[in-house]
Design a protein around this ligand. Structure first.
Ligand code: ACO
Length: 430
């Protein structure tokens, strides 16, 4: 294979270097294109643009492969824990027993919010969406930590990473408690990360919640499956904001906002709303699929399709199996699961979905598990955010440590009016 690509345009020919990633992905390096030709590239929605070099997560969307730092998602989901996987993603290697114990200790040490932060919740109306609260409170929490503006050594970075991961969980649970008018709970130092989160959500001052180990495991697995996913919308946002040398917390707070949208993390909530609507209205899954396909339809089959996966999303496969297991264990029969399975079956046989390579994504089944556990619908995307924190931290750090890092600043093709002269208001057409 030639190691340069040739571009011919208007009788000129230029060579563009190519390079190959560790999984043999070939990229054309266009960094000198504008200098040499005056041209830029156009890639609306960045579907074909490699925005960075990254050694965190590998996805092969055609083969349905997802690996964190080289480890297959299936193995991590089966054998690891969220905290261990988070360590792997953030620091690059699986921890030794001592490293893991130290990291767990830091998560516990940093889990409490500054007492003054609790008053911030009073400023939100009771029906505020927890994603809005989460984003605002991450920024607010950072104000209590001026030291985090400087993360120059590994030790302060590790401590801030643990602080962010731990406090996001406390902030998220507190926003739920506030929304239902219950007192916020304090984290417990004797509980591990995910069990502690369930305690913060469901314990009351007069009644401790005693989480079922299978429920803890199911939620831990959901967090593992969401922990990173290379250059998706929210992670690219975190990198974009971080590239201006904004601090970790400000960058992650922006990532939360990007995740909120229904085409991204908000899809887990949208899936349940869609399934509930189908259930209530009694529309047959085949009929719903026909509506989605209709020429002028703006409706989508939520939880289906993915920019990168043109095959099964490996996370959806794991979650579909986990769904059956958890619901059986809890003795829950959820009619929404039956509808979801029927929709999947119908869609996967339908030419519209087959031709466009639309398969269930991570959001199609995760909501059914969260519902069975008792997580309220408006907290689904918040749980996605808690899971994604390690990926955002690792990506922010990659930008921060890159000696060649430049501020992210794409170009555009201007399509507006050409030069025209200002007209005083009295001379403008009425
Ligand atoms: N239902 C019906 N049709 C769909 C769907 C869907 N869920 N997804 C894509 N299509 C169709 C589009 O209408 C388009 O058809 P056309 O070629 O006839 O115009 C074609 O498939 C390609 O779709 P795009 O929107 O160009 O695909 P893109 O890569 O930009 O979007 C996305 C990916 C946003 C995930 C899209 O598939 C979607 O909206 N899915 C539903 C929302 C969802 O589940 N989001 C979660 C994604 S995973 C995550 O972020 C965690």
């Amino acid at each position: 294979m030639s190691d340069a690509a040739t571009l011919n345009f208007q009788g000129k020919s230029i060579e563009l270097p190519t390079f190959v990633g560790s999984e043999n992905e070939v990229a054309v390096d266009i960094q000198e294109l504008r200098n040499k030709t005056g041209m830029i590239t156009f890639d609306d929605g960045y579907g074909n643009t490699g925005s960075c070099l990254s050694s965190i997560t590998y996805i092969d969307g055609d083969a349905g492969i997802l690996r964190y730092r080289g480890y297959p998602i299936e193995q991590l989901a089966e054998e690891s824990t969220f905290v261990e996987t988070a360590y792997l993603i953030v620091f690059g290697e699986l921890p030794s027993a001592a490293e893991l114990q130290r990291f767990r200790g830091q998560l516990t040490a940093h889990q409490f919010l500054h007492e003054n932060l609790r008053h911030h919740y009073d400023g939100f109306p009771p029906n505020a969406h927890p994603m809005a609260i989460l984003s605002a409170m991450i920024n607010a929490a950072s104000c209590f930590q001026p030291a985090l503006m400087k993360l120059d050594d590994d030790e302060s970075f590790t401590s801030q990473a643990a602080r962010l991961m731990s406090q996001v969980r406390t902030i998220a649970a507190a926003s739920y408690k506030k929304s239902i008018g219950e007192p916020m709970m304090y984290p417990r130092s004797d509980l591990r990360y995910t069990a502690n989160f369930l305690h913060l959500l469901f314990s009351k001052p007069y009644a401790e919640y005693d989480p079922d180990p299978d429920v803890v495991r199911a939620l831990d697995q959901i967090f593992i499956l969401h922990a990173d996913h290379e250059q998706n919308c929210s992670t690219s946002t975190v990198r974009m904001v971080g590239s201006s040398q904004a601090n970790l917390w400000a960058s992650v707070s922006a990532g939360v906002c990007a995740l909120w949208g229904p085409l991204h993390g908000g899809a887990n909530q949208a899936v349940i709303e869609m399934l509930t609507e189908i259930h209530k209205s009694g529309v047959k899954p085949e009929e719903f699929i026909a509506r989605v396909k209709a020429k002028d339809s703006k409706a989508r089959l939520m939880g289906f399709g993915h920019r990168v996966y043109k095959n099964f999303d490996p996370r959806a496969k794991i979650l579909k199996a986990a769904c059956d297991k958890v619901l059986n264990k809890l003795g829950v029969h959820d009619p929404l699961l039956d509808i979801a399975k029927k929709l999947e079956e119908t869609a996967l046989r339908d030419d519209y979905f087959v031709e466009r390579k639309l398969y269930p994504n991570v959001d199609f089944y995760s909501g059914i598990i969260m519902r069975a556990i008792g997580i309220p619908l408006n907290m689904f995307t918040v749980l996605f955010a808690i899971g994604r924190i390690p990926g955002w931290i690792a990506n922010w750090r990659e930008v921060h440590l890159n000696p060649k890092a430049r501020i992210y600043r794409p170009r555009q093709i201007y399509t507006g009016p050409t030069k025209r002269d200002y007209l005083p208001i009295g001379k403008r057409a009425t």
